[in-house]
Design a binder for this molecule. Sequence first.
Ligand SMILES: [Ca+2]
Ligand SMILES: [Ca+2]
Length: 159
Amino acid sequence: MKLLKYLVPIVLLVAVTGCNQTEDPATLPAISNPSALAASVTVVEVDIIPHNPANRINCAGKNRLISVAIITTDDFDAMDVDHATVNFEGAYEAHIDDETGEPVRHTIDVNGDGDLDLVLHFLYRKTDLNCDSKEGCLTGEIYLGGDIYGCDFIKMFHK
Ligand SMILES: [Ca+2]
Ligand SMILES: [Ca+2]
């Protein structure tokens, strides 16, 4: 079972030493930066261009699609992610269903571990990436509540 993912949100900036699964945020001492407590975010494993460990992207190819996978792990089920909310460097899923107008959901086991992963496709020119980018990051929402965040490196090249 993967119930732990709901019980152990990773609180960015706050939980340096681990997960505060029993502490009520209201009982935490006041800190000077309120934004640090604003939201709990689950950090997810991201694989830019699955099956390609080099993650090389031709930054002259403005119309190319960049595939990005959110990987299911022991602690996180990528199937819980609302794909329509996933924003990768300013872009959303490029494949839109002709009939419904909704973003198409792609679930593929990209790393062959037996668990389905969520694969998204982003039009390069709709992203904020450029030839100097060193990584690509995404944010998104979980159907039952909560946010995700994850990054992977990119090696831009120019022909
Ligand atoms: Ca990759
Ligand atoms: Ca998998």
